[in-house]
Design a binder for this molecule. Sequence first.
Ligand code: SF4
Length: 227
Amino acid sequence: MRVQVTVFDLIALMDMMARKVGEIFDDAVETGVTETDFGWPYRAFHMVVKKPCPFLVGDLCAVHHAKPLACRLFPEAFIVREKIEELRRHPEFRFFPCVITPPVLSDDGRDAVMEFDAMWQRERAVSNHFVFGAPAVLVDARRLPKKEEESRNLFSSPALLMKVKERVAPLECGEVRERLLARLLDRSFVARLLRESETPGMIFEVSTEGFFPKPHRPSPALHARYI
Ligand code: SF4
């Protein structure tokens, strides 16, 4: 499980750090996979925060006011999604104090977390669409040895990372950022992306050599984007 980064997180970091998006990307972002509600063998392909996180200074987050929304929602989003027990079983998180003793949420607190969680899902869908051309990109990890599947560098091939970096580079331009924010506020557009996220039409097969569209699910447009 990795901390996902959206383009909206990158914009917040650019504002706070007064740095170029390419610099932030090089320092803090890689490509990786996260677990999904689709279960094994499917993993979702995302931009993720590097491990260890370069913003962690001692025990503190150096970008607290602009940290990715996924960080802000941990572990409260897992509480409202009733997935805290999954975290307790997860080898990486089960010893986290906030997982051993999760915060108690009031009704208002729960409502607020649900609202932020819904916002995060909208931002993730629009961000994935901006970067990958689809609101959700799934990989089938069946052919991958377990240890490789868990590897943090699974998809960090230089060529792939360069392509993703090229996609986020236009965020340097204020007009692009404004158009992106307008997309996020476009209810019908976002609703369509969220519907598509629930039934992703593009699935890739992954092995130690790379990842490829599954033969029986050809998707030439996306294939051309990644390979
Ligand atoms: S909270 Fe801060 S230090 Fe922790 S993973 Fe998120 S950005 Fe990194």
